[in-house]
Design a protein around this ligand. Sequence first.
Ligand SMILES: Cc1cc2nc3c(=O)[nH]c(=O)nc-3n(C[C@H](O)[C@H](O)[C@H](O)COP(=O)(O)O)c2cc1C
Length: 201
Amino acid sequence: MDKFAETRFPINDILRRRWSPRAFSDRAVEPEILGSLFEAARWAPSCNNRQPWHYLVARKEEAAEFDGMLHCLVDGNIAWAKDAPVLMISVANSRWDNGEPNRHAFHDVGLASSQLTVEAVSRGLFVHQMAGIQVEKIRETYAIPDGFDPVAGFALGYPGDPNKLSDQLRERELAPRTRKPLESFVFSGRWGQTSPLLKSG
Ligand SMILES: Cc1cc2nc3c(=O)[nH]c(=O)nc-3n(C[C@H](O)[C@H](O)[C@H](O)COP(=O)(O)O)c2cc1C
């Protein structure tokens, strides 16, 4: 199912096509494709080239591993993410070597995840990111050391049939995608003053 972004200015087709589905096909994702996604993440920019990103990954083929990760999500996400062929959790190395917090760590993990997501869409896959994860359970399950923090969950796979979702989830799946207007977040001169750059669109 397509849910193209409606844009005032043209954008790259991959960005236009990306969205966050809950219905996934049961087609497995090839390991070499996953390799390309992690390679895309690897080449993200980061503050001081710290590369603070880590990814825990579980494929449905490894049932126990998959089930363990699934149950690190909150119930509302388990309801649909259980049908995705691949789950992931991003983890940030959130300290510098001297122990000081790296204020940019989550930003950089987000950048890497964005590159991973764009690479996925270019290969016909879709990624649904999740804040609804159980951070403490993830820490325990994966023995995550101090200074590292779970950031987000990811369900990914090839697109599926929305009719297989529950009524409630199908309604959300079919709802239009919305965004705030450009004027509300692109400022020049002072806070809240819409940039004149937007007048050309
Ligand atoms: C960091 C992050 C956390 C999110 N958490 C959840 C979540 O826990 N559950 C969920 O169903 N969707 C979650 N989403 C998906 C957003 O709701 C979705 O990206 C947003 O509504 C825009 O829709 P679109 O991605 O289809 O354009 C999350 C997205 C991001 C980037």
